[in-house]
Design a protein around this ligand. Structure first.
Ligand code: PGA
Length: 234
């Protein structure tokens, strides 16, 4: 139990998280460090292939990813907050405010896609493929932040995690479109190698992160009340 671990004074916690998890993992880590100020923490943010390499090389205590990756690594996976993927457009786009926009209508627009190897790119492409639609890809960009600026710059629409808008909130320069079949619901997972004996600190963080999940969902619900029903784990 977390209460028994309150006495932890020292120790190290190494976390490896996938790029898009950088929008919420540092906040959980920050709260955790307030509780255990003597703990030294290291946070590595990297793409999926790099994080899977780090799991195989046993470089960190815990990992946050957007899938369990059970086919590639032998891990225990603990579900964390939901990760809704939504269609984003510049605030002055003519489709902003329209209801239930068909996927085929969206496919007429130019798209900015994440780089190969991104879980969000794969999920987006899968959805279009399932509907026999090929998006018009204007460019590929390996950074959520660069994509946000490219959207605002009028270079195209994109599908990204709602978590990427946590700081600017619902009134920022990037608007959400209400598109049929969206949001694509993904889920964050905390992973660690199967059979690995977690340190006391890592166990404390795991429990703390799981307990923080409802706070993250609450905040997202407040920001985007229309999407609220998607944020609750089933
Ligand atoms: P990504 O991962 O940032 O690599 O796309 C997030 C996810 O898998 O949902």
């Amino acid at each position: 139990k977390l209460a028994d671990l309150k006495g932890i004074k020292r120790g190290r916690l190494r976390l490896g998280v996938i790029t898009t998890a950088k929008y919420f993992a540092p906040e959980i880590l920050g709260e955790f460090c307030k509780l255990y100020p003597g703990i030294e923490v290291a946070l590595k943010v990297s793409n999926r292939d790099r994080i899977l390499d780090r799991i195989n090389a046993n470089e960190d205590d815990l990992y946050i990813l957007g899938e369990t990756h059970g086919d590639q690594v032998d891990v225990e996976a603990v579900p964390l907050a939901p990760n809704p993927l939504v269609v984003m457009a510049p605030r002055d786009h003519p489709l902003v405010g329209e209801k239930k926009i068909p996927l085929a209508r969206i496919a007429q627009e130019l798209f900015i896609l994440r780089e190969p190897g991104s879980g969000i790119r794969d999920a987006t492409q899968r959805l279009f493929e399932q509907h026999g639609i090929r998006p018009r890809v204007r460019m590929e960009l390996g950074s959520n932040e660069a994509i946000k600026h490219a959207i605002v710059g009028g270079l195209g629409l994109s599908v990204m995690s709602l978590h990427t808008l946590t700081l600017e909130g619902p009134e920022g320069p990037v608007a959400l479109l209400d598109v049929e079949d969206f949001p694509i619901m993904r889920q964050w997972y905390l992973l660690y190698p199967k059979g690995k004996e977690l340190s006391l600190v890592a166990r404390a963080f795991l429990e703390f992160a799981v307990a923080s999940t409802s706070k993250i969902s609450d905040r997202m619900e407040q920001m985007w009340p229309k999407l609220a029903h998607h944020f609750r784990a089933p």
